[in-house]
Design a protein around this ligand. Structure first.
Ligand SMILES: Nc1ncnc2c1ncn2[C@@H]1O[C@H](COP(=O)(O)OP(=O)(O)OP(=O)(O)O)[C@@H](O)[C@H]1O
Length: 250
């Protein structure tokens, strides 16, 4: 019998899903260990976002199963999955632009925990402390990303799904975001991360999956992928230090 720590944070078993008549993911299986960080990589259109949506319940499974902490969540709705501890930070979103920064944070708090929620978020990203009364829609791109991740952090999720943490952001902002994600990971949060900057994601993760046309073509250690010819084989560009070549190509 599994102990609590052996039970993966997330198990996707033979999942098939898509949009209407179009199937995007076929028979896909993936595991995020408890406290593990997993990178999900692949070219544009491979199905990475679709997988995150299927895990967070925004997209129903056509077949297969999704389990969180050993419990089947395949048939429960997105808000119930969120209550169960799944937190999805979508690409370019995850905030309410017309609300202030403080309101975005407070709405994630448990009743009575509003002040603590704000404190937690500001401790994660101090710049948010200077922006609490500002409408989230008027923040810079980097600050919006920080707010989306901080709002997720407020809920103390068991499983964090981060879609494109760094896309379009200045390197210094990306560094700050990854520093925080590293701290979360050190606190044993399970994280499934999609990032166009494959090298950065692989440096952050312990293991990786590469998706192509809805199917897993690589499943293994992040270092195995990073330090070998497999990287260019699967992701099309060699990791050259200092160059923005971590971006997967179609
Ligand atoms: N709402 C939708 N309706 C129909 N098809 C969709 C929808 N969203 C995505 N698709 C299709 O599903 C496939 C996978 O898209 P998805 O966004 O999951 O890929 P991705 O790997 O995240 O790509 P990217 O890196 O460009 O974000 C693509 O062929 C895309 O056109």
């Amino acid at each position: 019998m599994n102990s609590v720590t052996d039970t993966p944070a997330l198990e996707v078993r033979r999942l098939t899903t898509g949009y209407g008549e179009s199937t995007v993911l076929r028979d896909l299986s993936l595991t995020v260990p408890a406290g593990g960080v997993v990178a999900l990589l692949g070219p544009n259109g491979a199905g990475k976002t679709t997988l995150l949506r299927a895990v967070s319940g925004l997209l129903p499974a056509q077949s297969g199963q999704v389990l969180m902490g050993g419990r089947t969540i395949t048939n429960i709705r997105a808000h119930e999955r969120a209550r169960a501890g799944v937190c999805h930070v979508p690409e370019g979103g995850g905030i309410f632009p017309s609300l202030t920064v403080r309101e975005n944070l407070v709405m994630q708090a448990i009743p009575g925990g509003e002040a603590e929620a704000t404190e937690r978020a500001v401790a994660a990203f101090p710049i948010l402390g200077d922006r609490l009364r500002q409408r989230a829609g008027t923040l810079s791109g980097g600050q919006r990303r920080m707010l989306a991740i901080a709002a997720a952090h407020v809920r103390n999720p068991a499983l964090l799904l981060v879609d494109e943490a760094s896309l379009g952001l200045a390197p210094i902002v990306v560094e700050e975001i990854f520093d925080f994600l590293r701290r979360l990971a050190a606190d044993r949060a399970a994280i499934l991360i999609v990032d166009q900057f494959a090298v950065r994601a692989l440096e952050f993760a312990q293991s990786a999956y590469v998706l192509r046309k809805g199917e897993i073509v690589f499943d293994g250690g992040a270092e195995d992928l990073l330090g070998s010819d497999l990287f260019s084989h699967y992701l099309g560009a060699p990791p050259i230090p200092g160059a923005d070549l971590g971006r997967p190509r179609p």
